[in-house]
Design a protein around this ligand. Structure first.
Ligand code: LLP
Length: 379
């Protein structure tokens, strides 16, 4: 990381490496060109307008979970027909906005929502395409807060009432059943859960075919994980294995598409949270590096126990032979980025990079303690 470009930029701020983002998008395109795979970017991971514009310029779709995300996606160049709208609790205003913008698909999460959407669509006199989000009851082997496809999660329609849901959609002239939607969790670093998901989709496809029901697409959701420990060695996720697993496991019929909604895998590695050391506090048992970024800027460590690689980018090349706890300034004991971190001798004023923070970093920042939101530098 060339710290000269940070000269004069007020810390803390998110730095995004544009070239790496472009290379990541190149890698996705290389794997999906000429296949039935359509990629939708999950905007919740990072909704910086410049980042959205870079991604929309590739012709990707957008996965949105709020009316504001839909509006921002359109402002940043995503075509309405490529915008898919998911969420367990869409408000009437948000649904109507989606209908009025002419978005491509509503991912429905419950029987109740089918009625609400049908009613609002009939109010507008417009037919809308829907996908039923199925809860496939698959363990994604990830953190319990970010696993979504288990029976006990609030997401999706239980397999046992999926037949009823399909009938309900078919019964409304205002709803057009486009496909089935799934999302089993996030930060999934093994292929097995995706393979099991595809097997489940094949079973469902075979079953519904017998009933004379065909789907135009299957949406496998997002979830591909990244290497938080080694951002330098693995800056680009293993897209080849991910897409191969899905494309080779699914038994797609002629003309059927498969959609995915990647968030983290697209933007995580291109972003770092850059902060400055306020002071180094020498304790009796421990030494603390206190930085000017806190859990209000990057909440993942406090919320999920996540670890972002910590680098003293002012002391590159010096031996990492000192042990520190790296903490933020916020009045919460969970405002800790790393315990017993091996770093070079660190001083007041040094710049510290928290790596792999492009996804769910700035997007989850808050004003807690009345702090300013972190800044942005995209280069
Ligand atoms: N599709 C749906 C329906 C989702 O709920 C999500 C993420 C995605 C796609 C994108 O998943 P990804 O490819 O980014 O794994 N804040 C947490 C992650 C929450 C993920 C929520 N849903 C974190 O910082 O780890």
């Amino acid at each position: 990381m060339d710290i000269n470009i940070f000269e004069g930029v007020k810390t803390p701020f998110y730095y995004y490496d544009k070239a790496l983002l472009e290379q990541t998008l190149d890698a996705i395109e290389a794997c999906t060109a000429g296949t039935p795979m359509k990629v939708h970017y999950a905007i919740k991971a990072n909704s910086e307008p410049e980042i959205l514009r870079i991604i929309s310029a590739r012709g990707f779709g957008a996965d949105c979970v709020s009316g504001n995300e839909i509006k921002t996606a359109i402002e940043c160049g995503f075509l309405p027909e490529n915008i898919y709208y998911a969420g367990v609790g869409k408000t009437d205003e948000e649904i109507l906005a989606g209908i009025d913008f002419g978005i491509g698909c509503f991912n429905i999460e419950s029987l109740e929502e089918i009625d609400i959407l049908a009613e609002l669509a009939s109010e507008r006199g417009k037919q809308v395409t829907v996908a039923l989000r199925v809860n496939p009851n698959i363990d994604a082997h990830t953190h319990e807060y970010i696993t979504t496809g288990l029976k006990e999660n609030k997401f999706g329609i239980d397999l046992r009432v999926l037949d009823d849901a399909v009938k309900k959609v078919k019964a409304s002239e205002y709803l057009d059943l486009g496909g089935l939607h799934f999302h089993i969790g996030s930060q999934i670093t093994i292929s097995e859960p995706f393979k099991i998901l595809c097997d489940r989709i094949n079973e469902l496809q075979a079953k519904f075919r017998l009933d004379g029901i065909d789907f135009r697409f299957f949406n496998v959701g997002g979830g591909l994980g990244i290497d938080y420990d080694n951002p330098e060695e693995n800056p680009i996720p293993d897209f080849a294995t991910y897409f191969d697993t899905i494309l080779s496991s699914l038994h797609l019929k002629e003309g059927q598409e498969v959609h995915c909604e990647l968030g983290r895998a697209i933007v995580a590695q291109c972003g770092s949270l850059i902060s400055k050391v306020v002071l180094v506090k020498k304790g009796l048992d421990k030494n603390f590096v206190i930085i000017d970024a806190g859990m209000s800027d990057l909440i993942r460590p406090a919320l999920y126990g996540a670890h972002h690689k910590i680098e003293n980018i002012s002391a590159v090349g010096k031996p990492a032979d000192k042990v520190y706890d790296v903490v933020g300034p916020i009045c919460e004991s969970s405002d800790v980025f790393g315990k017993d971190e091996l770093l070079p001798e660190t001083q007041r004023g040094d710049l510290i990079a928290l790596r792999s923070a492009g996804a769910y970093g700035s997007a989850m920042a808050s004003h807690y303690n009345m702090r300013d939101l972190p800044g942005t530098l995209i280069r």
